[in-house]
Every structure is written in C-alpha cells, then in structure tokens.
Design a protein around this ligand. Structure first.
Ligand SMILES: C[S@@+](CC[C@H](N)C(=O)[O-])C[C@H]1O[C@@H](n2cnc3c(N)ncnc32)[C@H](O)[C@@H]1O
Length: 221
C-alpha cells in the first residue's frame, strides 16, 4: 500500500540522543501517567487526521496510546526514535488485534523513510516541541503528505507573552532533560506554514481546560 524508501541513518545530534535516553526511562510508566490525560486530545487529533483519508502516519507514535482510536478501514504507520516506546506499541497492536496498524518502525521524524505523497495525513501528538529541528520535521510531514492532505499536531504550546511565558522559558532546560517542553510557541508553526504555502486551519483548545491544543494544517493541492 505504502511505498517506502530505505531509511537513511538517523541524525544523532545531542538532543536526539537525549530524547532517546529520556524515553527509555519513560517507557515503563508512560501509559500510567499519560493515558487518561492525553486521551481527549489524542481522539480529537486522530479524528481530524482521519477526515483526510485512511492512510495516516503517526509521527512519534510512542507506546501507541492512540492507535486504537482509528476508524475501521484505516492504514496506519507509526514511527518513533525510541525502541523502548515502540516495543510497547507493538505489544498493544498484537494484544488488541489492531490490524489497521501496518508498521511501527524506529525512525527520526526529520528523516522519514517514505516516498513523497505517501499519506493522506500525518499526525504528531506531543512530539513537535521535542524535536531538535521542528521545521525539518514539518517539512518532512509536508513531503510525505499528498496534495490536499492534512498535518495535525496535538500539544501544549507555550504562552506568547505575560508572566507565565517567562516562567515557561525559565523551566525549559529542565523540561528538555526529562523529555518535556514548556516554552515552544505555536506561532513558530504558523510562521513555518506561511513560508511554505501551507494552509493553517487553526488551533482548537482541548482537555484539560485548553492546556492541550489541536493544530490543523492542509497541504495545497
Ligand atoms: C511525549 S511522547 C508522545 C508519544 C505519543 N505520540 C503519545 O501521544 O502518547 C514523545 C515521543 O516522541 C518521540 N520522539 C522524540 N523526538 C523524536 C524524533 N526526532 N523522531 C521520532 N520520534 C521522536 C519520543 O521517543 C516519544 O516516544
């Protein structure tokens, strides 16, 4: 169904190495901490992605918390840097019989091993703010999405101004060490979309209390 290129070696910058290390630690407890907290955002992101068609790439799929939310007839591929997280995703797929999941691979989202226009949508939940080069990742999403397809992000984004924005900036280095992000602003993604002729369809607040947001974009065509 999906044509794949042989993946190139992953970029192994210090931040990428840090992420791998952080998520090797998170993997055993990730579902306990995040499942209920992220479920509404994950369901909303999956629904938004599925509107574009059945072929979806989950970038930074992690332990596969959202893989069960896809509608019947979907074809979902998932990639992640962390083999420890992916191992758990593969177990879920097996245990729950999630036959719509067509592949889970170790891959850096900045160097996707898929051909151009392979997917109807790319969805990235709680990922984009953790990537060392988010614009490179977004450009890869754009490349592998077909014309008219969607890019859907779910995340917490930092405040653009005010005292909270300052606090988020102060705690940012600590957050990075444990695999979180506090001060990444959605305006950075809007700016990327403008530069690349991508339609920015808006940011919708979701649980808890608008802390997480769903950001939708559409590739021209
Ligand atoms: C906060 S977790 C989110 C996992 C999943 N999307 C979810 O919502 O439960 C972030 C995931 O992104 C992965 N990640 C971080 N940087 C990455 C990169 N450059 N390429 C691929 N995956 C990456 C981590 O390994 C981790 O599994």
């Amino acid at each position: 169904m999906l044509s794949e290129r042989v993946p190139e070696a992953n970029a192994a910058g210090p931040s990428t190495a840090l992420m791998r290390k952080a998520y090797a630690r998170w993997a055993p407890v990730y579902d306990v901490v995040y499942d209920k907290l992220t479920e509404p955002a994950a369901r909303a992101a999956v629904e938004a992605a599925a509107e574009h068609g059945p072929r979806v790439l989950e970038a930074g799929v992690g332990t596969g918390l959202s893989l069960g939310y896809y509608p019947k007839g979907s074809f979902v591929c998932g990639v992640d840097l962390s083999e420890d997280m992916l191992k758990r995703a593969r177990n879920k797929v097996r245990r729950r019989g999630l036959t719509h999941v067509r592949g889970l691979q170790v891959m850096d989202v900045c160097r996707l091993g898929y051909a151009d226009n392979s997917f109807d949508a790319v969805v990235a939940q709680f990922l984009i703010t953790l990537v060392p080069d988010p614009e490179a990742a977004l450009s890869e999403f754009l490349r592998v999405v077909r014309p008219g397809g969607g890019i859907v992000l779910a995340n917490h984004f930092g405040q653009t101004d005010g005292p909270m924005a300052r606090v988020e900036e102060i705690v940012a280095p600590l957050c990075t060490k444990i695999g979180w992000s506090s001060d990444f602003k959605s305006t950075r993604i809007e700016a990327w979309a403008r530069r690349n002729g991508v339609e920015f369809s808006g940011v919708a607040p979701t649980f808890p209390g608008g802390f997480f947001k769903i950001l939708r974009m559409r590739k021209a065509g």
